[in-house]
Design a protein around this ligand. Structure first.
Ligand SMILES: C[S@@+](CC[C@H](N)C(=O)[O-])C[C@H]1O[C@@H](n2cnc3c(N)ncnc32)[C@H](O)[C@@H]1O
Length: 310
């Protein structure tokens, strides 16, 4: 696949899904299944997903039979992502053999084969949502590939307070300081780019507040403990993207081009890089994808835990 001329974040999220499917730590997933309260016929499991993008985790939780009877709220900052989820999920459900009905308030009901799940989608900033929903008491709080974009020491206590006492949290794909691209182009220059790229994550500011951590995975152990949460399981969920029989599966070539494009944007104009050399490096990485040569590994961690009380 040639390098795209323009990039779409929603297509990136959709291309990321098969990469996440492979990456998610199955031991931690199994512990989540084990820890979930049985959702019987009378009381639906109340799930909140923050930074939900276009709804990939919601689909997965149905596909992998984690949810049978649930009220699921999925929020994301960007209206475009929520609109994409609202538009695509009914067709996705029908392809899976479920019925999907829209309620007058815009929520969607998925049913069939012993399943009944109500989905509320909302475009809203997490901070605003927390201020509005304090004490709401969800059974399960989910965040995937999201927490490493936030000021976690500050937001973790109010975020966890969205759970009911003793409620569960499932925080997955938390980046943890390793981006590997093979084959090497120039090992010293490759390492410099990795360092500078990670630094852009650490120096990210949103609304004047530091928001990002390139080693969030390892730091979550102490941040969660400091917030009074109990970690029940944790494990690696590395992205490992590689060519199979001369090509990348599904839309993963697009996923890789998007990652290189992200590095390009993050370091464009960086004073510590020789600009023409960096442009050649970026072009060479795109060519490696076109030739199905590039292997990409990103180290990440998944967590399952319980908030205090209950
Ligand atoms: C890397 S994406 C992951 C999306 C989804 N969880 C997934 O794995 O496919 C991070 C998401 O967080 C959302 N986001 C970023 N800042 C946010 C905020 N302050 N409140 C709510 N969502 C936010 C972005 O719009 C984006 O969709």
């Amino acid at each position: 696949m040639p390098a795209p001329r323009t990039y779409s974040f929603t297509r990136y999220l959709s291309a990321k899904k098969s990469v996440d499917d492979r990456a998610l730590n199955r031991h931690v997933w199994g512990s989540l299944l084990h820890a979930l309260p049985l959702n019987g016929l009378d009381i639906p499991l109340r799930v909140l997903e923050v930074g939900a993008g276009t709804g990939a985790m919601f689909e997965r939780m149905l596909d992998w039979s984690l949810l049978k009877f649930a009220d699921y709220t999925a929020l994301d900052l960007h209206e475009e992502n929520i609109a994409c989820a609202r538009q695509a999920l009914p067709g996705w459900a029908i392809r899976r053999g479920y019925a999907c009905q829209a309620n007058p308030d815009g929520s969607l009901v998925f049913s069939g084969d012993g399943l009944r799940v109500l989905l509320h989608l909302e475009a809203i900033d997490l901070h605003e949502f927390i201020a509005r929903q304090a004490g709401a008491g969800w059974d399960l709080l989910v965040a995937q590939a999201f927490l490493d974009l936030l000021d976690i020491p500050a937001i973790l206590p109010p975020l966890l307070s969205l759970c009911r006492p003793g409620g569960l949290f499932y925080f997955t794909i938390n980046f943890d300081g390793l981006t590997l691209l093979e084959p090497a182009i120039d090992p010293a220059f490759d390492a410099l780019i990795q360092d500078l790229y990670h630094r852009t994550m650490d120096e990210r500011m949103v609304g004047g507040v530091p928001s990002g951590d390139s080693r969030l995975g390892r730091h979550l152990f102490s941040y969660l403990q400091a917030a009074g949460a109990h970690i029940m399981d944790a494990g690696a969920s590395d992205w490992v993207v590689f060519p199979v029989l001369g090509g990348y599966p599904q839309d993963e070539a697009y996923f890789l081009h998007f990652i290189i494009h992200t590095i390009h944007q993050a370091l464009d104009g960086n004073q510590e890089l020789d600009a023409p050399r960096f442009e050649r490096w970026i072009a060479a990485r795109h060519v490696q994808i076109e030739r199905s040569e590039l292997v990409y590994i990103a180290h990440q961690l998944d967590f399952l835990g319980r908030v205090a009380g209950g």
